[in-house]
Write a new protein. Structure first.
Length: 151
């Protein structure tokens, strides 16, 4: 169970995880040792899973964002397992969700441009067995993007 201080700490870290324990202690009105121990506890409990660097996708030529809806031929265990195993290998796919509704999966894909997406679709994605159909939606503009879950 998270207390109020843990929640405040997590909100701060989600915004900027590079802050020192000294900086955090000043914001939380705790000792440096207390902050350190809270962070270690949250890491050990897997509340904090990892620390990452957020990259500007336009600077690495991966700013073309596509949401691809995938429908499998059938929703059997074998087809689901095969698709999920293969999609994990695709570096262009940053997120994959098994969803309810008209489609079985939604993929979040970053590539350089439309040509790169076409190449990905033809040579990689549709090469996966048991895909019945796909529908691609192209991002026009990012209105909101956050990794933080407000506590």
């Amino acid at each position: 169970m998270l207390d109020t201080t843990d929640k405040k700490l997590l909100n701060i870290l989600q915004n900027d995880s590079k802050q020192t324990t000294k900086q955090l202690s000043l914001q939380l009105h705790l000792s440096v040792t207390a902050v350190y121990e809270r962070i270690k506890k949250l890491e050990n409990q897997k509340v904090i899973q990892k620390y990452v660097a957020m990259v500007d996708k336009s600077k690495i030529e991966k700013s073309f964002l596509v949401f691809c809806h995938v429908k499998l031929v059938q929703h059997t265990k074998e087809y689901v397992t095969t698709f999920e195993r293969e999609v994990l290998k695709l570096e262009e796919v940053s997120e994959c969700f098994h969803v309810s509704g008209d489609y079985d999966y939604i993929l979040k894909i970053y590539v350089k441009d439309m040509d790169a997406y076409r190449e990905f679709l033809i040579t990689k994605l549709t090469a996966i067995q048991y895909i019945g159909s796909t529908q691609s939606t192209f991002s026009i503009e990012q209105v909101k993007n956050t990794t933080a879950i407000q506590l």
